[in-house]
Design a protein around this ligand. Structure first.
Ligand SMILES: O=P(O)(O)OC[C@@]1(O)O[C@H](CO)[C@@H](O)[C@@H]1O
Length: 357
């Protein structure tokens, strides 16, 4: 299967490099007192990314390397420098969090799951380039299957995507899993440092919890429950350099997700890494594209890039225009945990792994 590249005018990757990134750089320079050397480094990076070499590199890898180079350009990794460890996207993430309503409604489990899904609609990198409309539809809706695999699972991992409103909604889902969903332990996997524009780090999670704690009402109660669960070792925060690597999850280290029974993958980039950033026909079964993890998989995503699998082609024939990338559509997709295979006879041939449901 061919990887998605960035060298075709009119496609989303082309738009990202030629329009979204210049707009992002303009806002970064406006928001920070960068010295001339940093401004020059940023200009050079922007120009370099428009060369045939970059545009001809698989989009997933090129974008990831780009965000690493962006941090290097501002001195994020320069020891003892003034910008060491500085989150250049914090001003956007903080504004998004500040604009969130913390008057939390009383949601059902399905509503909490869908809130976590649609929270992904508002990622800030996406907003820098286009407007998001109110319409929202699911092109695949396996919400019932998702709730079924999550309820009562001993250990759930949630691979977070964006900070601010999306992370608030994720914490609402985590709270239900721990408080009513019969889950013993939830691990939230965060980025070890800033990555794509609004990706959530530990700092962003703490900011969400503090905002919830000081908001009163249900929000404060939720924050208190999560603090208690953290103290009991039931709400765990984790991170790993692989979450910022230019690789699909098929190449993840075997211990990345611990002993999770169910993994919830949030957002568009995690979806691209989960199924591979490839030109799949959309009817390709979702289960055939994901890595062979020893856990059930729940993917909650709004559609913001070309990759899409597991969709009945007849169900999307009426959708028009850029529905695959405009963020107005979403999907809830599930792969059950692989059944333990039969014990092979002592001297018999080794059977192939069972298929995934
Ligand atoms: O992972 P997220 O936050 O849902 O989306 C990330 C995103 O905005 O960035 C990429 C393009 O830059 C696409 O994968 C997607 O549109």
């Amino acid at each position: 299967m061919e990887p998605i590249l960035s060298n075709v005018p009119g496609t989303l990757p082309w738009h990202v490099w030629h329009e979204r990134h210049p707009a992002m750089f303009a806002s970064l320079v406006e928001a920070h007192p960068f010295p001339p050397s940093t401004r020059t480094a940023l200009d050079e990076l922007l120009h370099e990314t428009l060369t045939p070499e970059w545009l001809g590199t698989p989009f997933l890898a090129a974008e990831s390397v780009f965000y690493r180079r962006l941090l290097e350009a501002i001195g994020y990794f320069t020891p003892d420098g003034p910008w060491a460890g500085f989150d250049l996207f914090a001003f956007l993430k903080d504004a998004d969090l500040a604009s969130a309503s913390l008057d939390l409604p009383d949601l059902t489990p399905a509503e909490r799951l869908l809130a976590a899904l649609w929270g992904n609609q508002a990622d800030l990198g996406f907003q820098l380039g286009s407007a998001i409309g109110p319409a929202a539809h699911l092109v695949v809706d396996q919400t019932d299957d998702a709730l079924s695999v999550l309820t009562g699972a001993p250990r759930v991992g949630l691979v977070a995507d964006n900070a601010g409103k999306e992370l608030l909604a994720d914490l609402g889902l985590v709270d239900w899993l721990l408080a009513g969903g019969g889950v013993d332990e939830v691990t939230v996997h965060l980025k070890p440092h800033p990555y794509y524009v609004s990706d959530a780090t530990t700092t962003d999670l703490v900011k969400c919890l503090r905002a919830l704690a000081s908001a009163g009402g249900r929000a404060t109660d939720l924050a208190t429950r999560l603090h208690t669960a953290a103290a009991e070792g039931r709400f765990v925060v984790a991170t790993h350099p692989f979450f910022c690597a230019p690789l699909p999850f098929h190449e993840a280290p075997p211990d990345l997700f611990g002993a999770a029974d169910v993994l919830v993958f949030k957002g568009d980039l995690n979806y691209r890494r989960l199924v591979g950033d490839l030109r799949w026909p959309i009817a390709t079964p979702f289960a055939s594209t994901v890595p062979p993890l020893d856990a059930a998989i729940v993917a909650l995503r709004t559609l913001k890039s070309d990759v899409l699998v597991g969709v009945d082609e007849n169900s999307v024939t009426d959708l028009e225009g850029d529905w695959r990338v405009n963020g107005r559509y979403g999907s809830v997709q599930v792969v059950s945990r692989p059944a333990a295979g039969p014990t092979p006879p002592a001297s018999g041939p080794v059977s192939p792994s069972p298929g995934r449901g």
